[in-house]
Design a protein around this ligand. Structure first.
Ligand SMILES: [Zn+2]
Length: 388
């Protein structure tokens, strides 16, 4: 589509205004003009259009100070809803967010099926039921985004989901004809990185998010954009080799990072020391109490994590590294221990932190990505996730 200059500028101004309203939560027309540098007439026309479209609402500030109460503008949260899905191996999580990014519902469904047709059918049925629930909103259910634990091609088809053993499937095409909402497919680690950027680390244009659970994946934000690579598969860092010619990996290589640093590795080491099997919660509580018997195993595991982190830092020079791991979060001083392992004088980063979004990061990121696409804004900064 060719857009004339005037239209193009109008579109840019609209994006800028919407961005500032989202970031501020509530803002007056006068402050919008100040922050954006746009004149009052432009603000006035744009705001009138956004009010007409019901994307924003006006409220009067309740305060007792002398003078007029300013009219504030905020995003009309009930105008549209967004479905974010985390398609995990044993569970499928469905999050609904409103247009402000607040999570309004969360549903976790057990999933024991792996065959493609059954999973597609249950996804489609759920999507249809959410479409029905939210059809009363002005824009209904506006976007659906599915996060998958596998490699996603640039055209959003799936190259491979290891645990399902799905090769070259096209969920988007297979579901799209059955539903009326726009559907996107994205890698779960990318969605997690995106969520950390949108909800917490707004200023971090170079952010690396390491998802460390049954395997290891990473989402990379470089200079403000998700870095996808030539095919779209960037971030498969669990398969960088840290011990050549050592343990064999399902990928065909030996000594891959996730064979030494994923969560099941630590659980197995602890089970061997203790001579019995443990749930994740048991392992977490042993870690939290810094149980003497398992301390060496935990620190060895953390040191293996640090080897990978060292390599990644030297590759990308990130500002923020967010590590999303339940077990690592349970061990007191884990991040400090990683930092002490990063001894190279050329290793540069600003900070390494633990994710506070945890398991919800992918689905929350999926909702937020829907909001950004729907509003057609170049970036999104949301300040709060309120729970239903
Ligand atoms: Zn491997």
């Amino acid at each position: 589509m060719v857009i004339g200059d005037g239209q193009y500028i109008k579109h840019l101004n609209r994006s800028l205004i919407l961005n500032k309203i989202i970031e501020s939560g509530k803002i007056s027309r006068a402050d919008l003009s100040k922050i954006t540098g746009l004149n009052k007439a432009t603000i006035s026309v744009q705001v009138a259009n956004l009010l007409d479209e019901e994307l924003i609402v006006e409220t009067r500030e309740e305060h007792t100070a002398i003078g007029r109460r300013p009219i504030m503008l905020s995003i009309n949260k009930a105008a549209a809803y967004f479905l974010g899905i985390d398609l995990d191996y044993h569970t499928i999580t469905y999050f609904i967010s409103d247009l402000q990014g607040n999570i309004v519902s969360e549903e976790i469904v057990e999933n024991n099926k792996k065959d493609y047709q059954s999973v597609i059918l249950s996804l489609t049925n759920k999507m249809k039921s959410y479409e029905k629930i939210y059809q009363i909103a002005r824009y209904g259910l506006a976007k659906i985004t599915i996060g998958v634990h596998g490699t996603v091609n640039r055209d959003q088809s799936i190259q491979f989901i290891p645990k399902f053993k799905w090769y070259n499937v096209d969920i988007k095409s297979d579901i799209e004809s059955e539903i009326s909402t726009d559907l996107s497919i994205e890698n779960n680690a990318n969605l997690s990185a995106y969520a950390e950027n949108v909800f917490h680390y707004h200023e971090s244009n170079n952010l690396l998010n390491i998802l460390l659970s049954s395997g290891i994946g990473a989402g990379i934000i470089l200079d403000g954009d998700l870095h996808k690579g030539y095919d779209g598969h960037a971030g498969e860092m669990g398969h960088m080799i840290i011990y050549p010619n050592d343990k064999p990996c399902t990928c065909g290589n030996h000594g891959c990072w996730e064979l030494y640093s994923s969560e099941p590795v630590l659980t197995e080491a602890i089970e061997e020391i203790k001579g019995s099997s443990f749930t994740t919660e048991d392992v977490e509580s042993l870690l939290r109490s810094k149980d003497e018997e398992i301390k060496d195993a935990a620190e060895h595991w953390i040191e293996n994590i640090a080897i990978g982190v060292n390599n990644i830092v030297n590759l990308y020079n990130p500002e923020t590294i967010v590590i999303n791991s339940k077990l690592l979060s349970a061990y007191p001083g884990a991040i400090a221990h990683i930092k002490t392992q990063l001894k190279s004088s050329i290793t540069q980063y600003h900070d390494i932190v633990l994710s506070t979004l945890g398991k919800r990061s992918s689905a929350v990121g999926a909702c937020a990505m829907g909001i950004q696409t729907f509003l057609e804004v170049p970036q999104l900064q949301i300040n709060l996730i309120k729970e239903a």
